[in-house]
Design a protein around this ligand. Structure first.
Ligand SMILES: Nc1ncnc2c1ncn2[C@@H]1O[C@H](COP(=O)(O)OP(=O)(O)OP(=O)(O)O)[C@@H](O)[C@H]1O
Ligand SMILES: [Mg+2]
Length: 265
């Protein structure tokens, strides 16, 4: 067995007297995407925050590429964060900086030279189809463009792990589709390991059933009795800080659990 790229073991997180996460355990392997679904306030963003080391769990352990990050100091966490790209729930661009500097942000921090920065920024913006926006300010961009700039920024360091917090929230279906396609490409062509938080089941099922080939895109084949999930993606559903479902989309869709059925409807 290969080692997971990301792993949570019995993670507990309190805010005040409330256990927001109450014994969460899961693993994500290389090139796999875990889709986290659950009601508002069920702890989805908290999981991403803990993986990034932006907050610490009260109990349990979190492993990133085999290293237990729960005891890491701030300096060690900086190096963990360099392996991870994150698209935040609200794009979170720096409004006073042009697109170029938003996307390059991490490279400036690392002291990379200007020529290399320029090439990497163009490459990253090219991937999301926004090279022409390089000199624009965030205020001049639409919501979907901002989200793609946020994606380009997260990708600049070529991270092996990507965390997506509702990357399509508030976007129209066409723009959402474009973002989902980029995420699928990262997963299938670049083997980027991902955690994708969403409450949009449509996006979740797209990610779970479509996969990218070098030539284009195909739907995975699965039938009732012959299950062949080509999309390397599994669901994890949270309720009141606990995992109530873990598995592939077709098992989720057939769940008899009343709460899950209501959630999917
Ligand atoms: N820094 C914080 N301080 C206090 N409470 C917090 C903090 N961050 C999150 N919480 C609480 O923890 C719970 C889970 O929050 P979290 O943001 O993880 O939910 P979520 O599943 O991402 O919800 P949404 O779908 O609305 O984004 C919520 O009740 C929230 O109010
Ligand atoms: Mg959230």
């Amino acid at each position: 067995m290969t080692e997971p790229i990301l792993e949570m073991k019995n993670v507990v997180k309190y805010y005040g007297d409330t256990a927001v996460l109450n014994g969460i355990s899961f693993s994500v392997f290389r090139g796999e995407t875990k889709i986290i679904i659950g009601a508002s306030g069920s702890g989805k963003s908290t999981i991403l925050k803990l993986i990034m080391g932006l907050d610490k769990p009260d109990a349990g352990r979190i492993f990133v590429e085999g290293e237990d990050i729960t005891k890491f100091n701030e300096r060690q966490l900086v190096s963990v964060r360099q392996k991870i790209g994150m698209v935040f729930q609200e794009s979170a661009l720096f409004d006073s900086l042009p697109v170029r500097e938003n996307v390059a942000y991490r490279l400036y921090e690392l002291g990379v030279d200007e020529d290399e920065i320029d090439a990497k920024v163009r490459q990253s913006l090219g991937f999301v189809g926004l090279e022409e926006a390089i000199d624009k300010m965030p205020a001049e961009l639409s919501g979907g463009m901002k989200r793609r700039v946020a994606l380009a920024r997260a990708l600049i360091g070529e991270p092996e792990i990507m965390l997506y917090d509702e990357p399509t929230a508030g976007l129209d279906p066409v723009t959402s589709k474009k973002i989902n396609e980029l995420i699928i490409t990262l997963r299938d062509i670049k083997s980027v390991t991902g955690v994708f938080v969403t409450h949009r089941m449509r996006d979740a099922f797209t990610l779970a059933t479509e996969y990218a080939t070098n030539g284009g895109r195909q739907i995975s084949f699965h039938t009732e009795d012959n299950f062949l999930c080509i999309a390397n993606t599994r669901f994890l559903m949270l309720r009141d800080g606990a995992i109530i479902f873990e598995g592939p989309d077709e098992v989720l869709r057939r769940s008899k659990d009343e709460y899950i059925k209501r959630f999917l409807a």
